[in-house]
Design a protein around this ligand. Sequence first.
Ligand code: IPM
Ligand code: MG
Length: 371
Amino acid sequence: MRLSVTSLPGDGIGPEVTSQAICVLEEVAGGFGHDLELDEKEIGGVALEKFGNPLPDATIQACLASQAVLLGAVGSPAFDHNPRELRPEAGLLRLRQELGAFANLRPAVFYPALAACSPLREEIVKGTDILIVRELLGGLYFGQPRSIDTENDGVPGARQAVNTMRYSEPEIERIARVAFQLARTRRRRVLSVDKSNVLECSRLWREVVTRLARDFPDVQLSHMYVDSAAMTLVLKPAEFDVILTENMFGDILSDQVGGVVGSLGLLASASIGGPVGLYEPVHGSAPDIAGQNVANPLGAILSVALMLRHTFHLPKEAECVEAGVISTLMGGFRTRDLARSGERTVSTEEMGSQIAEFVRLAAHSNNRAAS
Ligand code: IPM
Ligand code: MG
């Protein structure tokens, strides 16, 4: 099968983790007999520096011409004082829009090998296997009007800022449908998270989700306010299956579950729903550790697994990458974020090579079994 992928390493630790993810993808292609076509382009701060634009047209065109996009990270303190459209993050937000990627899937699984990494006791976090389905193209991130301006309630010189949370019924329905469909491949439970005791957007959200649930009688739907969900995620993380929520709540809760399972560095994401899927680790650009070969590449590598599953429909290949991650963790390999004090740590490259090697051997024995 032909796998055409655009890679966007981006800023900070993005290039380091992406290059490990690509090594793994190359092993998958070589080992399972697929034809990988890779194209690399700029996004974020590196694109701003080179072209004065966080998402150059050439990048958009390349992404739209491929089947999937693998992104590292965007964000750099160098652009902190730029206007919003000239910040690295604006490139990522526009890319999500250009790709029509409205459904952001963020799985968080507890690995027993990493029990010591979670701040929670093992008996609490054991069995945690959550899929956050975050709406990605609406809400406060994109709602108009938005501004910082000098109009105010009469306080001279005091500025005022406005953001708008806005959701339409079709926007809510399409993301809810994704959550219900994915729940059918799991434990068949959807928890919809909102703030319907305060926000109109959330009231509409709850109404639409409840209505759609009738099409999925085999899936159990429940609702929770976001504040209560934040607390319950810490108290009883293992009780969650699919969490369906809007853009901003999903951004916050997905970092929180990263903490719950032990490291944000492990979390992968898929942004789907449009013609081209976008795959990226949940961690950001981490400028403080960039270029040191210490970042955890597992989020990026697990994003490749999601790409194999959701864009290329290659579950065997996806499982092979995931098995490589589990086996590497069980083997005691730890990047700095996963190590306890005194534990030996490996570099970004060493961690990546372990998984690439696992995939190479697994593909080899798979081919031998098939012939
Ligand atoms: C994420 C990030 C992004 C977001 C930023 C970098 C724009 O935090 O993917 O969670 O807020 O969506
Ligand atoms: Mg975030």
